[in-house]
Write a protein that binds this ligand. Structure first.
Ligand SMILES: [Zn+2]
Length: 450
C-alpha cells in the first residue's frame, strides 16, 4: 500500500469553535473538582489553542458550531496493541496465559507481513478516532519486521498523536531497526518512541536489551507487570526488573493488578508510571487493580484499551468500567475514582503517563488542539443533571461529532474523514489475515503458563 506520511498542517490556519455550551477542561480545581466552562468561543491557530473567551471576533478559515455541545480534550489511550484487531474474539474462554499462548503469539508463528500489519493497525486507528482518542500508545510487539514498518506507516497515516513501542529480540540484526525507527519517528511532530519487553525470567535477556536500548535512545521502557495473580511467583517480575536495571530508566508499567505493599512503595520510589486496563482485566479474568491504593500512594495512572484483550475500542465503556469495577468490588460508591476523577484519568493523567502533559490532556491556551466535540442531543444523553457524568457515564462513540489532532480534523459530522485507505479494503485484508492466522491456531485446554 502507498505510504503517504501524515504531515501536520504547515500553513497558517485559524479555526473558531463558536459558542461552546460546555467545556470540560480537565483542569483540576480544589476539593477534587474539575473545571467546567460554559458559553465560550475557542480559537485555534496553527494547531494550538490560542484563546478561550466569551466572544472572539476574528477572520477564520473554518468555524465549527459549538452551541448545545460539549468540548473536551481528546482521550489518551496509554496502552494498546493495535495489530490485535486481527485476534478479537480469539480464545474467549482463556485467562491471560491461555490467551497469549493460543492467540497473542500467532503473528510470530504466522510471519505477519507488512501489508497485513498495516491493514490491522490502520483499522484500529479508525476505531480510536471514532471513539475520541487523540493520542495512542501502540505496544507493537514487533514480532516481524513487517509488523514494525507496517505499524509505523499506519500510525503516521492515521493523523493520531502516537507513541510506538519497539520490542527487541535476541537477534541484534533485528534490533538495528530500533535505531531506524527512532530516526523515522523523530522526524514526525506527532510521533514518540518507547522500548518494550516482558520482565519474565524466561525473557530476561531481551528485557535487559530493551533497557540498554532505552538508555541509548533516551526513551522510556514499557512492561506488562503483575497482570495475573501468579506473575510474581512464576515469572518473577519484580526481581527481573531490579536485576536488569529497569528502575534506572523512565518506566511505564501496565496492569499492576496484584502488587504487594513493598512493590507499591518501590514503584513510587522509582517514579514509575502506570496504566489501568479495566476491560482487558475483566475479559482475561485477571482481577481488579487496587486503583485507590495506588492513587493514595501518589502514583500516576492512565487508562488503556489494551488491544484484543478488550475486544473493542470504546473509550466510554472503558471509563464506565473503571469506575464500576472499583465500586462493585468495594461495595462503596465513594471509592476512587469518582465519575469526575475518571475524566482526568482519561485525559491529563494519561498524558502524564506518556510524558506529554505539557502539550496535551487539557483544554488550555498554549496546548495542542487535540480536542473532541460531543453532541449530546441524542436519546442516550439528551437530559442533563451533570455535564461530566454525561460524558463519563452516558456517552457513546456515536456522540463524538468532531475529533481533531493538532488542529487537523480527523472526524467531522460524526464520520471519520481521513480516507487515505478505504476502510472496506482494510477490512477485506484483515479477513484474509485472520483466515491465514487460523491455519496456525492451536486450541489448547487449560491456562497454565508456557
Ligand atoms: Zn497489553
Amino acid at each position: 500500500m502507498a505510504f503517504i506520511p501524515f504531515v501536520a498542517q504547515a500553513q497558517t490556519s485559524t479555526i473558531l469553535i463558536n459558542d461552546v455550551s460546555t467545556i470540560i477542561t480537565s483542569v483540576s480545581k480544589k476539593d477534587d473538582d474539575i473545571e467546567v466552562l460554559h458559553n465560550k468561543d475557542v480559537l485555534i491557530v496553527d494547531g494550538v489553542i490560542n484563546k478561550i473567551s466569551d466572544h472572539i471576533e476574528v477572520k477564520t478559515d473554518k468555524t465549527i458550531e459549538g452551541k448545545g455541545k460539549i468540548l473536551q480534550a481528546g482521550f489518551v489511550d496509554t496502552h494498546d496493541h493495535l495489530w490485535q484487531v486481527d485476534i478479537r474474539s480469539c480464545g474467549n474462554e482463556h485467562n491471560l496465559y491461555g490467551w497469549i499462548r493460543d492467540c497473542d503469539l500467532l503473528p510470530a508463528k504466522a510471519q505477519f507481513t507488512k501489508d497485513e500489519a498495516f491493514a490491522a493497525i490502520r483499522t484500529s486507528t479508525y476505531d480510536l478516532i471514532n471513539t475520541g482518542v487523540t493520542t495512542v500508545m501502540d505496544w507493537n510487539h514487533t514480532m516481524t519486521r513487517g509488523q514494525t514498518w507496517g505499524g509505523l506507516d499506519a500510525l503516521q497515516q492515521s493523523g493520531l498523536r502516537y507513541v510506538m513501542a519497539f520490542n527487541p529480540s535476541t537477534d541484534d540484526t533485528f534490533n538495528k531497526d530500533a535505531y531506524k525507527l527512532k530516526s523515522a519517528i523523530d522526524k514526525d511532530p506527532l510521533g514518540h518512541m518507547e522500548l518494550a519487553s516482558h520482565p519474565a525470567i524466561y525473557m530476561e535477556a531481551t528485557a535487559k536489551k530493551a533497557v540498554e536500548l532505552a538508555k541509548e535512545l533516551k526513551v522510556s521502557v514499557n512492561f506488562h507487570y503483575l497482570e495475573n495473580r501468579t506473575d510474581d511467583q512464576l515469572e518473577q517480575h519484580t526481581k527481573v526488573l531490579k536485576r536488569i536495571g529497569a528502575d534506572k530508566v523512565p518506566l511505564i508499567l501496565n496492569h499492576v493488578v496484584h502488587p504487594t505493599d513493598d512493590e507499591i512503595a518501590w514503584m513510587k520510589d522509582i517514579h514509575a508510571k502506570l496504566t489501568h486496563n479495566a476491560l482487558s482485566n475483566m475479559r482475561l479474568a485477571s482481577g481488579v487493580m487496587p486503583l485507590g491504593k495506588l492513587h493514595k500512594a501518589g502514583l500516576t495512572v492512565g487508562l488503556g484499551l489494551d488491544g484484543a484483550a478488550n475486544d473493542n475500542a470504546d473509550f466510554f465503556t472503558l471509563m464506565k468500567a473503571t469506575v464500576g469495577l472499583q465500586r462493585a468490588s468495594h461495595e462503596d460508591p465513594t471509592v476512587y475514582p469518582s465519575y469526575k476523577d475518571v475524566e482526568l484519568l482519561a485525559t491529563i493523567e494519561g498524558a502524564k503517563v506518556l510524558g506529554l502533559e505539557s502539550s496535551v490532556g487539557t483544554v488550555e491556551v498554549g496546548k495542542q488542539a487535540d480536542l473532541i466535540l460531543l453532541n449530546p442531543n441524542t436519546s442516550n444523553m439528551g437530559a442533563t443533571w451533570d455535564s461530566v457524568a454525561q460524558v463519563t457515564l452516558e456517552a457513546q462513540p456515536r456522540n463524538v461529532e468532531m475529533v481533531m489532532v493538532a488542529g487537523k480534523i480527523l472526524k467531522e459530522n460524526g464520520k471519520v474523514i481521513i480516507t487515505d485507505e478505504p476502510l472496506s479494503a482494510l477490512l477485506a485484508k484483515n479477513k484474509q489475515t485472520v483466515e491465514r492466522f487460523k491455519t496456525k491456531y492451536t486450541k489448547t485446554k487449560g491456562d497454565a503458563p508456557f
